[in-house]
Design a protein around this ligand. Structure first.
Ligand code: AMP
Length: 245
């Protein structure tokens, strides 16, 4: 991949990278379509990055429907699917760590998660050599962390933040929605509606605390967003909305 990327760059081609963990849905595809408008060669990476999962998280059961992903990626106009089996040498001993935006919110509950994200994205930047990389606002804290990393480490990459894609009931699209039963999905609808209607952290906490079947992990205001994480059954969902002024 790196050899191909360097060859494309020598030809003056502008490479746009959309990093994903696969199980592609409309959220990912909107990023790929936006990527099409941002450069000449669209690369979607599909890699379930082991080092961003905690020991009790869902790495093993994370969905990996590669044949379907390939079809969807091609239909969205992707030029190259980069789907490595493994990105880490057995004795890899270097990580990248961002220490401001990675605190709080998901960082408070997922120890090591953002170090895993910054490390894999730095590796993907080196491998794919993108001029532009696109990330979704669905993972607002991840965007905050990666923008800071790219700035602090002088990656010659423009980071683009794409809007959240929701389904017809307002639920933020997520690969993890596939884990939800029909009843749990209704709780997810309630989560999205409640967060949207809340004007403050206190109001969101109070209202989300009352939703049956939902266990609140956090609500926090950060970088102009009202951000929340909840458990619906065993499934952890995150969402964010702009803070009302
Ligand atoms: P993931 O495969 O969950 O790691 O997501 C890959 C990229 O797609 C990340 O930049 C996510 O923020 C983005 N993404 C995931 N779901 C959505 C969504 N519903 N709307 C917009 N972007 C999304």
């Amino acid at each position: 991949m790196q050899r191909e990327a360097l060859r494309l760059r020598r030809q003056g081609k502008k490479i746009v990278l959309v990093p994903t963990m696969g199980a592609l849905h409309e959220g990912h595809l909107s990023l790929a379509r936006l990527a099409r408008k941002c450069g000449d060669v669209v690369v979607v990476s599909i890699y379930v990055n082991p080092i961003q999962f905690g020991p009790k998280e869902d790495f093993a059961k994370y969905p990996r429907p590669f044949a379907k992903d390939r079809r969807l990626a091609i239909s969205a106009g992707v030029d190259i699917i980069f789907a490595p089996k493994n990105l880490y040498a057995g004795d890899a001993s270097t990580t990248i760590s961002e220490s401001f935006f990675s605190q709080g919110r998901c960082g408070a509950f997922r120890a090591g998660h953002f170090d895993g994200v910054t490390t894999v994205v730095a590796k993907l930047f080196n491998i794919v050599q993108p001029d532009v990389a696109i990330f979704g606002q669905k993972d607002a804290q991840q965007c905050d962390v990666l923008e800071r990393m790219a700035r602090d480490l002088n990656f010659p990459v423009r980071i683009v933040r794409a809007p959240i894609i929701r389904d017809e009931n307002g639920v933020a699209r997520s690969s993890r929605n596939a884990y939800l039963s029909a009843a749990e999905y209704q709780v997810a609808v309630h989560f999205a509606k409640t967060l949207k209607s809340a004007g403050s952290v206190a109001e969101a906490k109070r209202k989300l605390g009352k939703v049956p079947g939902l266990r609140l992990q956090y609500v926090e205001a950060a970088n102009g967003q009202l951000c929340a994480a909840v458990f619906v059954g065993k499934t952890r969902l995150i969402d964010n909305v702009p803070l009302k002024k």
